[in-house]
Design a binder for this molecule. Structure first.
Ligand code: SF4
Length: 180
């Protein structure tokens, strides 16, 4: 049976609290590694989003009213939460919505902290509005971005492209930032 919105909300609050505490306990080397990776992720996500905008992606999303966001409630990963906390850009999560970060005017997450699945998904309409060269660039950037997220997965126990809510269910009390 799927968890209730209130259960997901409580689980999410516990995750955020734990990751906030774990950040405070990081060594300077570990913090430096995270900052560098998050900076690269932010740059790539902005480049990918710029391609999406150049294909009139924002208009396409407004027309279908973000129906792909109806499947988004598990997308937020450890890398995204770290970025949102460290940049002080973590919006409130509303688990009674199809995605807890879907606001009245679209996604409430900044581009640099938005989940990999959200940044790299483009529907057929948007893809067709890109030239072949732009499509190739999009998929090159997507691969580079994926490898940065995988680096988080390989380094930290709590990191998975499945998203934090799913990952936390098999953590058995371990720290999210425990090294693998
Ligand atoms: S995180 Fe943002 S882009 Fe992703 S599914 Fe949720 S509202 Fe949509």
């Amino acid at each position: 049976m799927a968890p209730l919105p209130s259960e997901n909300h409580q689980r999410w609050q516990r995750i955020v609290l734990s990751v906030r505490k774990e950040i405070m306990a990081l060594s300077s080397e570990e913090r430096q590694w995270i900052d560098q990776q998050l900076s690269l992720i932010g740059t790539l996500q902005t480049e990918i989003h710029d391609l999406f905008l150049s294909a009139q992606g924002a208009d396409a999303c407004a027309q279908c009213q973000g129906s792909c966001c109806e499947l988004g409630h598990n997308h937020m990963t450890l890398a995204n939460l770290l970025a949102a906390i460290l940049q002080d850009k973590l919006p409130a999560a509303h688990f009674d919505r199809t995605c807890p970060f879907l606001g009245d005017n679209g996604c409430t997450l900044d581009i640099a902290v938005r989940p990999y699945n959200c940044i790299t998904f483009i529907c057929e309409d948007v893809e067709q509005a890109l030239s072949v060269e732009e499509q190739n660039r999009f998929y090159r950037l997507e691969q580079q971005l994926r490898s940065l997220y995988i680096a988080f997965d390989e380094r930290y126990l709590g990191s998975s492209l499945q998203g934090l809510l799913i990952r936390s269910q098999s953590m058995a009390g371990s720290l999210f930032l425990a090294r693998r």
